[in-house]
Design a protein around this ligand. Structure first.
Ligand SMILES: Nc1nc2c(c(=O)[nH]1)N[C@H]1C(S)=C(S)[C@@H](COP(=O)(O)OP(=O)(O)OC[C@H]3O[C@@H](n4cnc5c(=O)[nH]c(N)nc54)[C@H](O)[C@@H]3O)O[C@H]1N2
Ligand SMILES: Nc1nc2c(c(=O)[nH]1)N[C@H]1C(S)=C(S)[C@@H](COP(=O)(O)OP(=O)(O)OC[C@H]3O[C@@H](n4cnc5c(=O)[nH]c(N)nc54)[C@H](O)[C@@H]3O)O[C@H]1N2
Ligand SMILES: [Mo]
Length: 771
């Protein structure tokens, strides 16, 4: 790898010719010629919903309604490479464990069900019936003992139909152990928004971007992680809408964009500016930054009141629709500018100017991502953004609202159809009547709790519907050995990944169809559905030939496992559901008649059908019946007390060439880092202070107060990182996820939501020698 390393600041735009070249490179590389025509159907009303991000799919699609990374996701799914029985015959699992993530991904699609044979240390082919039967038998035995020893994990890609069957399987089995990838992601949103305004999802629809006149953008890397969102942002910028960004890194996608859909812009290589103001906030500094904005806003309101001008606060809205304003305002007034500046790393003058822009706007949207949710005070971060919006009545008004940008393409929808470890979020009484059983009423495990219970031996079986769980979670050097003590692991997957290579006593790999592939069942070719970040539900129909004739759909696999495990129930027609997914949608509609009215008829509507959102109507489903202001626990969202001059705050990041733990390649074009992912981005002053040189090799070590070895006795360290001098605030550094996950302690998670605090890990950097 080393010869190919190129590190050079990137000053080009996002999109443009760079993204075209990158797409072309991936077409060649994946040899996915048959995938090319599929791009024309991507995110179209009669096509398939992209398997990459969850951004809204417009009713009037662009000619090409896909982005560089969406195209990569399509090529990755439709690759012609295959991992068949011959591959596993020639590689032991121990050998494969030594391969890098990218090499595993690169082998291509799994083709048939596999069982781990411990004597051979290999995966060997097995028939579907035998796999279901044996897994079913083991699950029955575990159920007799303790259904809560089994975890039913979901990664956010599976459709609404599959997710509904999965949660029903778990509950019929007797557990609410339904952790989801959103436990590592937007759970701070689900908790924070629900408490603040009574709904766990954002309030913004795509058309609000056409009506807004101010955008705040916190901790979301649009250029890599939701590039289609650059279209509404470009249009807003061209209308003169101020876009005010808070991000410790100068992400190119938030700075400049060249729209590949505009021939003139491409030909002239011109760009559109996205951010009008860029605040390089310290990681964990957003509560302080927003406190500064609110404090400046209160001052402007005081001045307006004194001068007899119209108020800056929306006092009518605050009086009629909210609760807790006085306490919140008292908190804000009591904060010192010096503390705000020190914690946010931003100047009072800069924050005041942004507050002035906000004060003039009539409709403001607050967009955010992992930069807010993945901190110890991730929930407070989300609530601070809501506080800011509520001060000027920016919820439930056209062109305004809270806009969390969700991760996986159906992660929001899975929660909507019952994937939840918290029983109070699910209409259990309805399910009880619908299926004639008594669902478990006690809380299940979230992701962090599931990890802790794998480590302490409470969990006996892990069933994963997608995902690369062990690689994605904190403390993975502790998780890996503990994982191999699990009596049963079952992975439903499309591609081989590291979690599959840590077999427990009985381990199974069940390969499924991808969403872009034709899903033919007894009732004909099936359509599935997904919910986007704006709570619109879309149909998605795959048409590409399946990667192998032995694949089953995710829906069929879930039904197969459930039928082999559970006693027959005349009210649960697994076979009928698999034959015709429209019947699953009828069942979903029966469980949530308000949310999914006429599901089958409406799902083909261009742009999707919008689920009703009470907060948009200014109906607040909170205990008080009002939207709630809330003062944060403190100004710094990161862990307190992990001090020391030599301690830096580590931000873990995605590159432009990965989808979560799926590493497509080593080209983080938009950050100018090519050929390696083993890097540590550092501020030059810190490098000088700590005596590490650009290009030198360092070891990163956890410096949390509860640091020390992980539960398996392994030090929380990552060696072999190359230092890259980078433009980020002093006192912090950044590295890639998942490579840096061994330094993140499992105990280091958001209060309330349990989202791992992977955007502010206290670390020390130790020199290993010069490169
Ligand atoms: N191509 C591609 N698309 C993806 C994914 C992918 O891996 N690849 N993953 C999908 C998933 S599951 C998710 S959840 C989303 C994730 O998408 P994002 O929400 O964009 O998540 P990250 O890439 O982790 O980075 C978040 C941004 O927050 C900034 N940041 C870090 N700490 C702070 C902070 O304290 N404050 C502020 N204001 N900013 C901060 C970082 O510099 C970075 O720009 O993307 C989804 N889409
Ligand atoms: N340090 C750090 N850690 C993080 C994060 C971070 O920012 N920093 N981000 C967190 C976040 S937001 C998330 S969402 C997690 C996600 O982390 P992951 O678990 O990596 O998420 P996925 O992308 O779902 O997992 C990829 C695997 O899903 C399987 N797969 C792909 N397509 C399909 C399909 O159609 N069906 C099925 N059944 N399987 C499929 C493939 O086998 C592939 O290997 O990581 C979290 N971990
Ligand atoms: Mo995510």
């Amino acid at each position: 790898m080393n010869d190919d390393i190129k590190i050079k600041p990137y000053d080009g735009p996002v999109g443009g010719w760079g993204s075209m070249t990158s797409i072309a490179h991936h077409v060649r590389d994946e040899a996915a010629a048959t995938a090319l025509p599929e791009l024309a159907r991507q995110n179209k009303p009669d096509g398939f919903a992209c398997t990459s991000c969850a951004w809204a799919k417009p009713a009037k699609a662009h000619l090409a309604e896909f982005c560089e990374n969406g195209a990569k996701a399509t090529f990755a799914e439709l690759t012609r490479r295959r991992v068949g029985a011959d591959f596993f015959a020639s590689h032991t699992v121990s050998e494969l464990r030594g391969w890098p993530d990218q090499a595993l991904e690169h082998q291509g699609r799994l083709t048939e069900p596999l069982r781990y044979d411990a004597a051979l240390d290999r995966y060997v082919p097995v028939g579907w019936d035998q796999a279901f039967e044996e897994i079913g038998r083991q699950l029955q035995a575990l159920r007799a003992d303790d259904p809560d020893a089994v975890v039913f994990y979901t990664s956010g890609r599976a459709s609404l139909e599959t997710a509904y069957l999965w949660q029903l399987f778990a509950r019929l089995y007797g557990t609410n152990n339904l952790p989801d990838s959103s436990n590592m992601c937007h759970e701070s949103t689900s908790v924070g928004l629900k408490a603040a305004m009574g709904q766990p999802v954002g309030t913004v629809r795509l058309e609000d971007f056409e009506k807004t006149d101010c955008l705040f953008f916190f901790g979301q890397n649009v250029g890599s992680n939701s590039p289609r969102m650059l279209h509404p942002l470009q249009e807003a910028s061209e209308r003169g809408v101020p876009i005010i960004v808070f991000n410790p890194l100068h992400e190119r996608g938030l700075e400049e964009f060249t729209n590949p859909q505009r021939p003139l812009q491409m030909a002239t290589r011109s760009t559109t500016r996205i951010a009008s103001r860029y605040h390089a906030v310290r990681p964990g500094g957003d509560i302080a930054a927003i406190t500064g904005l609110c404090k400046a806003l209160l001052a402007l309101d005081d001045e307006a009141q004194a001068a007899g001008r119209p108020r800056v606060l929306d006092v009518d809205f605050i009086a009629q629709h909210t609760q807790g304003f006085d306490d919140f305002a008292a908190f804000v007034r009591a904060q010192d500018w010096a503390d705000i500046e020190a914690t946010s790393g931003l100047q009072r003058a800069a924050l005041t100017e942004s507050a002035q822009i906000y004060a003039k706007a009539t409709a403001t949207i607050g967009v955010y991502g992992m930069g807010l949710t993945q901190h110890e005070l991730g929930v407070d971060n989300v609530r601070m953004l809501v506080n800011l919006l509520l001060m000027r009545g920016n919820i439930g008004r056209p062109g305004a609202g809270a806009c969390p940008v969700r991760g996986h393409s159906n992660v929001q929808g899975q929660r909507t159809v019952g994937i939840a470890e918290k029983p109070e979020l699910v209409p259990l009484d309805v399910l009880a009547r619908q299926y004639g059983f008594e669902p478990p009423r006690h809380k299940g495990m979230n992701t962090v709790e599931a990890c802790a219970s794998v480590l302490n031996g409470r969990v006996k079986a892990f069933l994963g519907l997608g995902g690369n769980f062990v690689r994605a979670v904190p403390d993975h050097h502790a998780m890996e050995p503990a994982w191999q003590r699990l009596p049963l692991t079952v992975h439903v997957a499309t591609k081989l990944n590291r979690s599959h290579l840590l077999p427990g006593r009985s381990s199974w790999l069940l390969p499924c169809l991808g969403r872009i592939e034709r899903d033919l069942q007894a009732g004909g070719v099936q359509t599935v559905s997904v919910e986007d970040s704006t709570a619109c539900v879309h149909a998605s129909r795959g048409q590409h030939a399946p990667a192998s004739e032995h694949l089953l759909s995710e829906t069929a696999i879930v039904a197969g496992l459930a039928q082999a495990t559970l006693p027959p129930n005349p009210q649960v027609d697994w076979a009928g559901w698999v034959a015709d997914y429209a019947r699953i949608r009828d069942a979903i509609e029966a469980t949530w008649p308000d949310q999914f009215a006429q599901f089958n008829q409406r799902m083909h509507q261009p742009g999707g059908f919008a689920r009703p959102l009470p907060a948009v109507q200014r109906q607040w489903k909170t205990p008080s019946g009002k939207a709630e202001f809330k003062a944060p626990a403190r100004l710094d969202a990161a862990f307190a007390g992990d001090g020391g001059d030599d301690v830096l705050r580590l931000v873990t990041l995605r590159s432009n060439d990965q989808f979560n733990t799926t590493v497509y390649g080593y080209d983080d074009r938009l950050r100018g880092i090519q050929g390696t992912r083993d890097v540590l981005l550092m501020n030059r002053d810190d490098m000088r202070r700590l005596g590490v040189a650009d290009g030198s090799t360092v070891t990163l070590a956890c410096a949390a107060a509860d640091a020390g070895p992980n539960p398996e006795g392994v030090l929380r360290e990552v060696p072999g990182l190359r230092v890259v001098a980078y433009d980020l605030p002093a006192g912090c550094c950044a590295g890639y996820y998942p490579e840096c996950n061994p330094v993140v302690p499992l105990s280091h998670h958001a209060r309330e939501s349990h989202v791992p605090a992977v955007k502010s890990v206290p670390v020390r950097v130790r020199a290993q020698g010069q490169a």
